[in-house]
Design a protein around this ligand. Structure first.
Ligand SMILES: Cc1cc2nc3c(=O)[nH]c(=O)nc-3n(C[C@H](O)[C@H](O)[C@H](O)COP(=O)(O)OP(=O)(O)OC[C@H]3O[C@@H](n4cnc5c(N)ncnc54)[C@H](O)[C@@H]3O)c2cc1C
Length: 476
C-alpha cells in the first residue's frame, strides 16, 4: 500500500509533554533532541511510509541510555521507535504516531573480534561496511551484505533479518546472530543466546528477536558468528537476449550442483536505466546475471568454467570474467548504482521485495508483465535470483496513477502467494506491507504473533503500527 499510515492512536499532548520533561534529566540534554527542526529528519526512512515528526529523539550512546528512554516511554505512555541507519524500505523506523525515536547509531563500537572463537561483539550502531572491513583485516568473514552496507547498521540488520546478494550461499543475518543484549519496554535488560558454536538451551529467543522489526525489544550489544575469509573470489557477468534465457541459466547453474555466493538478476528495463546512467552495457541485451563464486583459486576457476558453460548452454550473448579486483569492484558499483539509476526513470518508484520458488521466477515475471499491461503501470525487476528473491519496481509520474499502481501491487502479492512464495525476502513487513499480511498468514498465526507481542509489550508502545495492520486494513 502506498504511503499508508496505520491507524495508531497518538499520545495525548500531556503524555508527550511528560516524555519531553522526563527525558532531559534522565539522559542529559545533549542526548535528547526536541523541536520540529531537529526532529524532522527522523520522521521518514528510505520508504514511502508516512511518519509524524517525533516529539523527541534520544541519541543513545550506551545500553543504559536505551534503558532510560524505554523507561520514560512506559512512564509517559508514549510510543517509542528504535532506529539505526534509517535505510529501511518498509517504514520500520518511521514513527507513525510520533512519540520518541530511539537512535542507536551512536553505539558504533566494534567491541571484540575473537579469531579463535570466530565471533564479534558489536554495538547496534556499527555500520555494516565498517564491520566487513574490520573482520576481513583479521582474515575473517561476515557474509550478510545488503546493498545498503555503507549506510545501514547492525541493529537495523538484525531487526530486519537482512539478506543481500551473498545470501544464496551463506544465508541471511539470522544465521550469524549468536546472542543479543536485549532491552525491554520499561528498561529491563537481559541477555539471550550464547557465545558457543552449539547451544540449544530453552526457547531460541534470539531467533525470535531477529527479524522482529523493533516491535519486541531494542538491541544493545550483538554477538555475531564469523567465518574464515574465503581465499579467492571471482566475478562473472553474463548477458542474455531476454528474461527467460537468464532464468534458464539460473536453473542450469543450480542443476549442475553449483552454489555461487551471488546470483544477481537484472531485467531489460533495469539494464536500459543503467545504460542511461552511463554504463556501457551491450545493446540488444535484455537481461543480465552478475555471478560471484568463492573458495580457493582453483575451485573458483572450476566453478567459473562450469557457470560459463551453463550460460552458453542457454545461448548467452556474452559471458565475461572480471580480471582483477578493480574490475570486480566496478561491476558491483554498477549494481549498487542501479537503484538510483532506476529511480531517475520516473517521478515515483516503489520497490516491492518478494520471494518465489526458483522454478517459478519466470512465471512470476510473466504475470508481472501481464499485470503491468492490464493496469497500465510501468514495472521492472531485479534481485537475488539464486534464492528467488526479486525486487519488482513500480514506476509512475502522476499521482492520479496511484490507484492503478496499488491494484498492480496487490496483484503481485496475490500472484506471489499463489506461486508458493512469500511477501518479503529481506525488507520486512513494516508499515507498507502490513495490510497484506493476511494474504499469506492465517488468522490464527497472526493472532498468536499478536499475543507474543503483548507478552513483550503489553501497552503496545514499542514501534506500533508495524507488521500488524489495524482491522480497517483487512478489507483490501
Ligand atoms: C539502496 C538500498 C539497498 C538495500 N539493499 C538491501 C539488501 O540487499 N538486502 C536487505 O536485506 N536490505 C536492503 N535494504 C534495506 C535496508 O538497508 C535494510 O533493511 C537494513 O537492514 C536496515 O538497516 P538500518 O540500520 O538502516 O535500519 P533502520 O531503517 O534504521 O531500521 C530498520 C528496523 O530496525 C529497527 N531497529 C533499528 N535499530 C534497532 C535496535 N537497536 N534494536 C531493535 N530494533 C532496531 C527499526 O525499528 C526498524 O524496524 C536496502 C536499502 C536501500 C536504501
Amino acid at each position: 500500500m502506498l504511503a499508508s499510515r496505520p491507524e495508531v492512536p497518538e499520545p495525548s499532548a500531556a503524555a508527550r509533554e511528560k516524555a519531553r520533561v522526563l527525558l532531559g534529566p534522565r539522559l542529559g540534554t545533549s542526548k535528547v533532541l526536541v523541536g520540529e527542526e531537529s526532529c524532522e529528519r527522523f520522521a521518514n526512512d528510505e520508504s514511502e511510509a508516512e511518519g509524524r515528526v517525533p516529539d523527541a529523539v534520544v541519541l543513545a550512546e550506551t545500553a543504559d541510555d536505551i534503558a532510560a528512554a524505554l523507561a520514560v516511554a512506559r512512564e509517559a505512555e508514549v510510543p517509542i521507535t528504535p532506529r539505526a541507519g534509517g535505510s529501511g524500505r518498509t517504514g520500520g523506523a518511521v514513527p507513525v504516531a510520533g512519540g520518541i525515536v530511539l537512535l542507536t547509531l551512536g553505539m558504533n563500537q566494534i567491541k571484540e573480534i575473537d579469531r579463535r572463537e570466530q565471533l564479534a561483539v558489536v554495538g547496534p550502531g556499527v555500520i555494516l561496511g565498517d564491520l566487513h572491513t574490520a573482520v576481513e583485516r583479521e582474515n575473517l568473514f561476515y557474509p550478510p551484505d545488503p546493498n545498503s552496507w555503507a549506510a545501514c547498521a547492525l541493529g537495523g540488520n538484525v531487526a530486519e533479518n537482512a539478506g543481500g546478494p551473498r545470501a544464496f550461499k551463506y544465508g541471511v543475518t539470522r544465521e550469524y546472530v549468536l546472542g543479543l543484549e536485549v532491552l525491554l519496554i520499561g528498561g529491563q535488560r537481559l541477555w539471550t543466546g550464547r557465545r558457543t558454536v552449539k547451544g540449544v538451551t530453552g526457547y531460541d529467543v534470539t531467533a525470535l528477536l531477529v527479524g522482529s522489526e523493533g516491535t519486541l525489544a531494542v538491541f544493545g550489544d550483538i554477538t555475531l558468528r564469523l567465518l574464515p575469509k574465503p581465499p579467492a573470489v571471482m566475478t562473472l557477468l553474463a548477458l542474455f537476449r531476454d528474461v527467460p534465457q537468464a532464468v534458464g541459466a539460473v536453473a542450469e547453474i543450480v542443476a549442475a550442483g553449483l552454489v555461487p555466493r551471488c546470483l544477481e538478476f537484472l531485467d531489460g528495463t533495469t539494464l536500459e536505466a543503467m545504460r542511461r546512467a552511463g554504463n556501457p552495457i551491450r545493446e540488444g541485451a535484455g537481461s543480465m546475471l552478475l555471478i560471484e563464486v568463492d573458495g580457493d583459486e582453483q575451485a573458483c576457476e572450476r566453478q567459473a568454467e562450469q557457470i560459463a558453460e551453463a550460460c552458453d548452454a542457454v545461448g548467452a550473448l556474452e559471458v565475461a570474467v572480471a580480471q582483477d579486483a578493480a574490475q570486480r569492484e566496478r561491476l558491483w558499483a554498477a549494481r549498487r548504482e542501479m537503484s538510483p539509476a532506476v529511480r531517475r526513470l520516473a517521478k515515483f518508484k516503489l520497490a516491492e521485495d518478494i520471494v518465489v520458488p526458483r522454478q517459478r521466477i519466470a512465471e512470476l515475471l510473466e504475470r508481472v508483465e501481464r499485470a503491468s499491461e492490464q493496469h497500465g503501470v510501468r514495472t521492472l525487476a531485479y534481485g537475488h535470483a539464486g534464492d528467488g528473491n526479486l525486487h519488482v519496481n513500480f514506476l509512475w509520474n502522476d499521482p492520479d496513477e496511484v490507484p492503478r499502481v496499488e491494484q498492480a501491487i496487490e496483484r503481485l502479492f496475490r500472484d506471489t502467494i499463489e506461486l508458493g512464495g512469500t511477501l518479503s525476502g529481506e525488507h520486512g513487513i513494516g508499515v507498507l506491507k502490513a495490510p497484506y499480511l493476511h494474504l499469506e498468514q492465517s488468522e490464527a498465526l497472526i493472532s498468536l504473533q499478536r499475543d507474543l507481542k503483548r507478552v513483550f509489550d503489553p501497552q503496545g508502545l514499542l514501534n506500533p503500527g508495524k507488521i500488524f495492520a489495524g482491522p480497517s486494513h483487512r478489507a483490501c
